[in-house]
Design a protein around this ligand. Structure first.
Ligand SMILES: *Cc1c(COP(=O)(O)O)cnc(C)c1O
Ligand SMILES: [Zn+2]
Length: 415
């Protein structure tokens, strides 16, 4: 038995059954999963979790699907690594990286898709679908294959080559749309109403999908020895992940797994070429004004973010900060992370690290805080963003003389 009570509207609070619903009939507000926390508190303990599987499903009591219906490729329980060398470069103290490059399809999207398709299977769906900026496509394709479901996946046609290949290799219908993500998403809303028998992970089963991101908070708290950090830095696309990390830390307090009243500051990271939430934050605005994205961080290129307003409220209410970083800063940050900690992140990771650096410089993040930065995707997916910054140091004929000549040119060089 799960302890899900149903769905509730985030705006007016009206209740709905736990079915494939995502908007409120009365006010069009988004729906959210509601749990019986008292029931969960009586069933869950640190020990029961620690004895669970080494995946997101160790937290199944706090997820909206049965563990037995999980579509499991091993998403989650990724390393939390102490990053002293990066911290030293940025003038920070206790810094940790949540290394979600290590998920089955190379991004944190495996967390949300594993939960979404588990719930979709429970609801009897046979077809999985999504609108994607790339990583979601990879993950839906893989998890649908794992579950024996067929899949329709919609992407912008200008996606990175690897993200197209990592989707198309699974047997499915991959529809490349001539337009940006916001165009794809609009089209998918229309297709979703034509095909109510498809589980669109980020449309009609979005309330369940988004719950998967809470595991990013659960794992960090467990890996820190059952305590919340002081400050986290989270990349923003739709804003869903950031709001659910907040919900995750709150839930751990509610069910007694971590101490009450520890305030986690939540900061958001965007690319300058697509920074509607950061712009609203800086202007003290109450609304997110949609933008037309233009950035190498394609996984974050959502100009009209569905959860942007909620993400903004979380950042403000937790006393976090926001950053927006340029494409060259993203590339530099990918290299900084690689050089200092041996982790190769995709462009979204570059956005997070560059924002972390900016917030440290501005004094928003301080040296006495325990900080966690979420590195959400693998660098192999966005190699083209690095351009000619990644090349051999030299190309030589296979002779000792040629190598000796190269060595001589390196003497005194710093790198
Ligand atoms: C989708 C994505 C994000 C953003 O998540 P949202 O929930 O859309 O804000 C961040 N990083 C990577 C690698 C992603 O694929
Ligand atoms: Zn409502």
């Amino acid at each position: 038995m799960t302890s899900v009570l149903g769905l509730a509207c985030r705006e007016c609070g009206r209740s709905y059954p736990a079915e494939a619903l995502h908007v409120c009939d009365f006010c069009f507000g988004p729906l959210e999963v509601v749990y019986d926390y008292e029931a969960i508190k009586s069933k869950i303990s640190r020990e029961s979790i620690e004895n669970g599987p080494l995946s997101i499903w160790r937290y199944h009591e706090l997820l909206p699907a049965h563990e037995t219906s999980s579509v499991d490729l091993g998403a989650g329980f990724t390393p939390l690594v102490r990053a002293d060398r990066l911290a030293a470069e940025l003038g920070l103290g206790e810094l940790w990286l949540k290394d979600d490059t290590r998920n089955p399809t190379g991004s944190f999207k495996d967390r949300v898709v594993s939960v979404a398709l588990a719930k979709a299977r429970e609801l009897g769906f046979k077809v999985a679908s999504c609108a994607s900026t790339g990583n979601l496509a990879n993950s839906v394709a893989a998890h649908a294959a794992r579950a024996g479901m067929s899949a329709y996946v919609f992407i912008p046609s200008d996606l990175e080559h690897v993200k197209i290949a990592m989707t198309a290799v699974f047997d499915l219908k991959l529809v490349a749309v001539e337009g940006n993500y916001d165009d794809v998403n609009r089209l998918c809303s229309e297709i979703a109403s034509e095909h109510p028998d498809w589980a669109f992970v980020n449309v009609n089963v979005r309330p369940y999908y988004s719950e998967g991101s809470k595991t990013l908070a659960f794992e960090v708290a467990e890996q820190l020895g059952w305590k919340a950090p002081d400050h986290v830095v989270v990349p923003i696309g739709s804003g869903s992940q950031l709001t659910k990390i907040h919900k995750g830390f709150q839930e751990l307090e509610k069910v007694g797994l971590i101490e009450d009243g520890h305030h986690v500051r939540i900061s958001g990271a965007q690319a300058e070429g697509c920074s509607p939430v950061t712009t609203a934050f800086r202007n003290g605005a109450d609304q997110i004004r949609p933008v037309r994205p233009h950035t190498i961080a394609k996984s974050l290129a959502i100009g009209n973010p569905a959860d942007g307003w909620y993400a903004l409220q979380v950042v403000r209410s937790t006393n976090g900060g926001m950053g927006s970083v340029t494409d060259p800063e993203i590339v530099e940050a990918i290299q900084l992370l690689a050089r200092t900690e041996g982790i190769f992140a995709e462009t979204a990771g570059g956005v997070t690290v560059a924002t972390l650096a900016a917030l440290a410089r501005e004094g928003v993040i301080t040296k006495d805080e325990c900080v966690v930065a979420y590195i959400t995707g693998n660098g192999l997916k966005t190699v083209e963003a690095l351009g000619d910054t990644v090349a051999p140091s030299t190309v030589i004929p296979p002779t000792l003389a040629a190598f000796a000549e190269f060595e001589r040119t390196q003497e005194g060089a710093t790198s």
